[in-house]
Design a protein around this ligand. Structure first.
Ligand SMILES: *Cc1c(COP(=O)(O)O)cnc(C)c1O
Length: 406
């Protein structure tokens, strides 16, 4: 397997910018190019049958051969991205797939068998909820949804056939944060696996594996790619879990194209700079919004008013770029506010350099009837602001002028 020049170098506990730039990349590359080449090939050839025999033996006895054979089993550009992500998460291995949902669904399909059960904490990405409660049912897999932050309910939901607990942290859109010590203590004692979708944190702010979580998942589409131009997903953890996942990938074909791997590798180079800026900017914006009479409520983990403020302050380097809030008024007033904004664009997604606002009742949750949306806490006045890398003062001035218009 490719080894990067930083292996063996001591790092501080959290992801550093040095790692974001160099980890996973070989020092010497084809044609002396500085950047990781995009290897645009589906097929890799053998000079002689003896080379093929060596390769086959390698594959049989060692799951990670030194070279490629066919695009569905691996690609050098994708492998460089996997090595970088493994290093950033402090994981033995990382598997890159076509999207964040590709990572969520592959993990659940691999780990859960018919007749088994798993626990999902509520306030999660809606497609994850759909897959867990709808799609997996046809395979005889049961799911219990427990209220986020209720560890007694979480433990009470564990049955003999429970295989794993799946949670996001911070969650979408209320930025609820896990108490990892409580989660992993319960999981260890009851012998269930833990899987955490840590997309909203990025490895810059949080490394769940350090707390004893078994697998960490990211939508690379968000902060890691960082430029709203490429989709991808990753699952990182121990070899005993990632090796069967890699074998399953070769079977199901849930792959990332090398061009997209390159874009994401390039995006990650500035991860620390971008997320550090987003951490500071979003906190300042959350404090600003909390002081506005036309804003009813703000959810940001590093505000004292947030239900998980204590665990967030203890475990996160920063709370990332997402600030959720409710306009004091109705849907019409909320839409007038959104239409008055000049910098953030209206759209889905988060984590890129451009600020984006999402009226969540219309976006993501529009498929649900109003009473089901309300049960999830999604009111018509709820706005998710995903702070980009624009100047904080410009964003605050823009929010201020838009609030003045309603
Ligand atoms: C966006 C997102 C996903 C899905 O990722 P895609 O890349 O859109 O498939 C999963 N989990 C969380 C927390 C997300 O924000």
């Amino acid at each position: 397997m490719q080894r990067h020049p930083l292996s063996g170098v001591e790092h501080s506990a959290a992801t550093t910018s040095t790692q974001a730039v160099h980890a996973g990349e070989q020092r010497f590359r084809a044609h002396h190019s500085l950047t990781v080449p995009v290897v645009q090939s589906a097929v890799y050839t053998f000079d002689t049958t003896a080379d093929l025999v060596n390769y086959t033996e390698d594959r049989l006895f060692w799951s990670e051969p030194e070279r490629e054979e066919y695009g569905r089993y691996g690609n050098p550009t994708v492998r460089a991205l996997e090595a970088k992500l493994a290093e950033l998460e402090g994981a033995q291995d990382a598997i890159v797939v076509s999207s964040g949902m590709g990572a969520v669904t592959a993990t659940l399909l691999l780990l859960l068998q018919p007749g088994q059960h798993f626990i999902l904490t509520d306030n999660c990405y809606l497609s994850t909820l759909d897959f867990s409660q709808g799609f997996l049912k046809r395979y005889g897999v049961a799911c219990t949804l427990t209220p986020f932050g209720d560890y007694d309910a979480l433990e009470a939901a564990i049955r003999p056939e429970t295989r794993l607990i799946f949670s996001e942290s911070p969650t979408n859109p209320f930025m609820r944060c896990l108490d990892f010590e409580r989660l992993t203590e319960i999981a260890r004692r009851r012998n269930v696996l833990t899987v955490v979708d840590s997309t909203f944190a990025t490895p810059y702010n949080l490394r769940p594996l350090q707390f004893g979580v078994d697998l960490v998942i990211h939508s690379l589409t968000k902060y890691l790619a960082g430029h709203n131009d490429a989709m991808g997903g990753v699952v990182a953890g121990r070899y005993d879990l990632t090796t069967p996942l890699r074998q399953m990938q070769g079977l199901l074909g849930n792959l990332l194209a090398p061009q997209n791997a390159y874009l994401i590798l390039r995006g990650i180079k500035t991860l620390a700079l971008r997320v550090e800026h987003q951490n500071c900017s979003a906190l300042a914006i959350a404090r600003f919004l909390e002081a506005q009479p036309k804003v009813r409520r703000v959810w940001y983990p590093l505000l004292e008013s947030h239900p998980d403020h204590a665990v967030a302050a203890a475990t996160l380097r920063g709370a990332g770029g997402v600030v959720s809030f409710e306009i004091d008024g109705d849907m019409e007033r909320t839409h007038r506010f959104l239409d008055a904004l000049r910098i953030p664009v209206i759209g889905p997604s988060l984590g890129g350099v451009e600020s984006i606002v999402s009226p969540l009742a219309l976006m993501g949750y529009a498929s649900l009837p109003p009473e089901e949306r309300l049960a999830l806490g999604i009111r018509d006045e709820l706005v998710r602001l995903c702070v980009g890398i624009e100047e904080t003062t410009d964003l605050i001035a823009d929010l201020s002028q838009a609030l003045a218009q309603i």
